[in-house]
Design a protein around this ligand. Structure first.
Ligand code: 5AD
Ligand code: SF4
Length: 478
């Protein structure tokens, strides 16, 4: 369980193992192989991992043939510690060698347990999980990794330490992958990166050292291979525009841009490309200039709000979401009051709110002025109220409107009701028509009847398109 990048890695892992002849188990008790794909961005990741491994040990004691593997960024960070604390683990790998999962498991079956952690990726296929050869299931929506790593140094964040410096995936490769997906019926793609707005920045230095490589259309896309290329490197906005124009792609999402790097070109591409969803995830982290400086975020509240205003002015009907951390070390009541003020001024559609948790190895974790848990809990609750107020107002303002919804499937709470997403990314629940089965990936017009803080409810007016994706790709096991 982890961030989207981690979930995407899990998807790829499952695909690779299926291609290697494994079939999905319904229960851990039936599984011959269990892979725990760790993500250290979430709180208490290590306690949860060792708790889970403890449970798996008792299963393995009953069924000695079972294999247990640990992958992902916590494994990357803690390396040998995983096997030292849980010697019953058969294989450990990191974020750079996901593609070796099947080989490492096979190696562990023939001899001693294996640990293989690479400090850097040694081939582009492994660096970008999307580029791995096996696609397990063709969905109506897909995640595409466009960049890995992060060049920023936010004082609370472990990502730069575990994922390394920013590396952009070649432009042409991304476009080819989306075009392949679109040909097989995928209608929605989400471009993933830690800091998507700096996409391509590293390609400039690559160009200096090897202009020929850089100028190949596979790397920069066709526009930059021309003599009259508009600029030295493709921007994220160019990628957004190119992907949005691929026939068959009806929705393009992306996450996340860093507020300091949001460029006018990105806003312009969002405004002009109908397929790019009007949703901006815009992580604030704190509203206090003092705390923002200590976090090394590279903006203050005024610049953040000015960029947000520019985005709202440029993009019609924009939904805005954010990430906010409560209780960064040294956060005072005055600092927090600013967070509430800025959050209210930003009028978010929703927010992921996090309780600050020290991650070993980050700058902030070494500070002695950590905020007391009861103070954090009280602030967290006040922030929730402010965010829910603006979310409810935004959602009520949609009552009576007709929205295009992509069906995701039966609602988790009530299987008789369908759930889908609007272009703004909002969850809508609505009953299907009498006797009607609406498959995931269908498009429908839904009239919004009611807005709640975290979702909308509506009534189905018309199904406008049935799913086009192939539901199962044949997987050939060697
Ligand atoms: N404590 C709390 N929240 C954190 N995040 C990242 N690191 C921490 C931490 N140490 C949050 C940030 C980021 C989101 C993905 O996770 O808000 O934007
Ligand atoms: Fe972490 Fe900051 Fe990089 Fe985001 S921009 S991944 S919060 S260091």
């Amino acid at each position: 369980m982890g961030c989207q990048m981690n979930e995407h890695d899990s998807e790829r892992l499952a695909g690779l193992l299926e291609a290697d002849g494994l079939v999905p188990a319904t229960d851990i008790d039936d599984a011959d192989v269990v892979v725990v794909n760790t993500c250290c961005i979430r709180e208490n990741a290590d306690n949860r991992l060792y708790g889970q491994l403890g449970h798996l040990k008792s299963v393995k004691d009953r069924r000695p043939g079972m294999q247990i593997a640990v992958g992902g960024c916590l494994a990357q960070k803690d390396r040998d510690l995983v096997r030292a604390r849980a010697p019953w683990v058969d294989a450990v790998w990191g974020t750079h060698n996901v593609g070796r999962a099947a080989e490492l498991l096979a190696l562990a079956r023939t001899g001693a347990p294996v640990t293989e952690i690479l400090d850097e990726a040694d081939g582009s296929a492994e660096l970008f999980p999307s580029a791995l050869p096996v696609r397990r299931e063709q969905g109506w929506a897909a995640w595409i990794t466009i960049q890995v790593g992060c060049d920023n140094k936010c004082a609370f964040c472990i990502v730069p330490a575990v994922r390394g410096p920013e590396v952009s995936r070649p432009f042409g490769q991304i476009v080819d992958e989306v075009a392949d997906l679109a040909r097989a019926g995928t209608v929605e793609v989400t471009l993933l990166g830690q800091n998507v707005n700096s996409y391509g920045r590293d390609l400039t230095s690559a160009r200096r050292s090897d202009p020929q490589w850089m100028d190949s259309p596979a790397v920069t896309g066709p526009a930059w291979a021309d003599a009259e290329r508009p600029r030295a490197r493709p921007l994220f906005a160019d990628l957004l525009e190119t992907v949005a124009r691929i026939p068959g792609i009806r929705r393009v999402r992306y996450t996340s841009p860093h507020p300091k790097d949001l460029r006018p070109e990105t806003i312009a591409a969002m405004a002009s490309e109908a397929a790019v969803c009007p949703h901006l995830h815009f992580p604030l982290q704190s509203g206090s200039d003092r705390i923002l400086a200590q976090m090394h975020r590279g903006y203050d509240a005024e610049r953040y709000l000015a960029k947000l205003a520019a985005a709202r002015a440029g993009i019609d009907d924009l939904a805005v979401t954010t990430d906010i951390i409560v209780g960064f070390p040294g956060e005072t009541d005055i600092d927090f009051a600013r967070t509430l003020e800025v959050a209210a001024a930003a009028a978010y559609d929703s927010a992921f709110t996090f309780i600050y948790s020290p991650r070993a190895g980050t700058e902030a974790s070494a500070r002695s002025d950590q905020v007391a848990p009861e103070v954090i809990a009280e602030r967290f609750e006040r922030l929730r109220v402010v965010v829910e107020r603006s979310a409810l107002a935004k959602h009520q303002a949609r009552e009576g409107r007709i929205e295009e919804v992509v069906v995701e499937g039966p609602s988790k709470r009530n299987p008789k009701v369908l759930s889908g997403r609007t272009a703004q990314g909002k969850l809508v629940h609505f009953p299907p028509g009498e006797g009607q089965v609406l498959l995931a990936g269908s498009f429908a017009d839904v009239k919004i009847l009611r807005g709640a803080p975290h979702f909308l409810t509506g009534e189905l007016l018309e199904v406008t398109a049935m799913p086009t994706h192939r539901r199962r790709l044949p997987v050939s096991a060697a």
